[in-house]
Design a protein around this ligand. Structure first.
Ligand SMILES: Nc1ncnc2c1ncn2[C@@H]1O[C@H](COP(=O)(O)OP(=O)(O)OP(=O)(O)O)[C@@H](O)[C@H]1O
Ligand SMILES: [Mg+2]
Length: 378
């Protein structure tokens, strides 16, 4: 029998809160969503109190997971800075709203000392690298997964964290339809596919479920996927970031102890402006940029093999030189890359001997060299 929201509520009634009242009466709980044994809700507190509530979140998490019929739980602690006492509007995800104009003055809202920022390394996990872009739809997710496979082909143990909680891509790109299992300690075990350990919020919720996340919830959800998942031993974790360089991305870049970032850009001038913003964002939070990948760099005709530069090829390489960051490689626009992704078996896996797979592996090699990761002894 599956669990109900009332049963979850009763379990939470036994938990005390820092405000004295039991958690359920403290006026901090969101709606409790129960969907086929999966439980989601958030605890919404003021940023100043966040530290004191982390323990409550952990207790709530344990209480919910202990309930019979609960297959997974995602309990987010959201710490919001109150502005003028007005209830904060449940905003639309910022990442889908595009990038603000360059002229917009953006105050630094998430200082390094944010109470939610936990930069401690993840046990067993080596280098964590973000694959990001200023602009949506440039091929981050495609690049992230194929790069992960390229790193795997170099003999590394690789994980993929889909940090795009607004529009997770990994279920589609990997064809994974199953849900992650819990281990004895009730920690989620990442999905294993193509020799990679993969985690995505998309494995936990139905594809049609609309997800509206407020800024702080994003961080909490990411932190959980990062720290409360049994990743095992990994040499590299590739994080597929949501598009954009807004606060959500900045927050995320600060939440994860990143060894470096890779910026994906198409060759057009406009995309490059966004790429520059992506670069600036990582520099601001002291994350080294490992380099730029030019995606959809040129069009390779599948019939005659002729190469045409429909987007004005080479812009990203030039830009990288200008900015003094390494250029990691160019990936052509090719139907095979798209078709492989759509079919749920990324190109490096489905066509390992193809020229395109070689390109991804070459990029992976440069990334590994820049990270100075040694190949583990077999
Ligand atoms: N080199 C390529 N050749 C052909 N198609 C590509 C290539 N790279 C990506 N695509 C296709 O472009 C589309 C967008 O790619 P993808 O989802 O990886 O972008 P994204 O930057 O992660 O998008 P979002 O910003 O929405 O997260 C997908 O349909 C993908 O299959
Ligand atoms: Mg994506």
């Amino acid at each position: 029998m599956s669990v109900t929201a009332d049963q979850v509520r009763s379990a939470l009634a036994k938990i005390a809160s820092p405000r004295g009242a039991p958690l359920v009466d403290a006026g901090v709980l969101s709606e409790i969503v129960v969907n086929d044994g999966k439980v989601f809700f958030s605890i919404n507190v003021d940023a100043a109190e966040a530290k004191a509530w982390e323990d409550v979140r952990a207790k709530a998490d344990a209480a919910v997971r202990a309930l019979p019929g609960v297959s997974s739980a995602m309990i987010a602690l959201t710490a919001e800075r109150k502005s003028g006492g007005a209830p904060s509007p449940s905003s639309r995800p910022q990442a889908r709203q595009g990038v603000p104009p360059a002229s917009a003055h953006r105050p630094h809202q998430q200082p390094h000392g944010s109470p939610m920022a936990k930069q401690a390394p993840i046990e067993g996990v080596g280098a964590i690298i973000a694959v990001a872009s200023g602009k949506g739809g440039v091929g981050k997710s495609t690049t992230a997964l194929n790069l992960a496979l390229g790193l795997r082909d170099l003999g590394l143990r690789v994980g993929v964290l889909d940090a795009d909680i607004y529009g997770p891509s990994m279920p589609k790109l990997t064809g994974i339809r199953e849900k992650p299992q819990l281990n004895e300690a009730k920690r989620m075990i990442p999905m294993k596919r193509f020799g990679l350990a993969i985690m995505s919020i998309g494995f936990l919720v139905e594809e049609e479920t609309p997800m509206i996340w407020r800024g702080p919830m994003v961080m909490s959800a990411i932190t959980q996927m990062l720290r409360e998942v049994e990743w095992g031993t990994l040499d590299v974790m590739v994080v597929d970031m949501p598009p954009g360089t807004g606060d959500a991305q900045l927050t995320l870049a600060q939440a994860v102890p990143l060894a470096g970032a890779i910026i994906v850009s198409t060759p057009q001038d406009l995309a490059l402006i966004d790429a520059r913003r992506g670069l600036a964002m990582f520099t601001r939070v002291n994350v080294p940029v490992l380099g730029i990948v030019e995606n959809m760099s040129y069009f390779a005709c599948p019939h005659c093999g002729t190469r045409s530069n429909i987007f004005g090829h080479g812009g990203a390489r030039h830009e990288a030189e200008k900015l003094g960051v390494p250029f990691l490689g160019e990936v052509p626009l090719h139907m095979d890359i798209r078709a492989a992704s759509d079919a749920g078996t990324p190109l490096v896996e489905s066509e390992p001997k193809s020229a395109h797979a070689d390109i991804y592996r070459a990029i992976a090699g440069r990334v590994r060299d820049r990270l100075k990761i040694a190949i583990p002894a077999a």
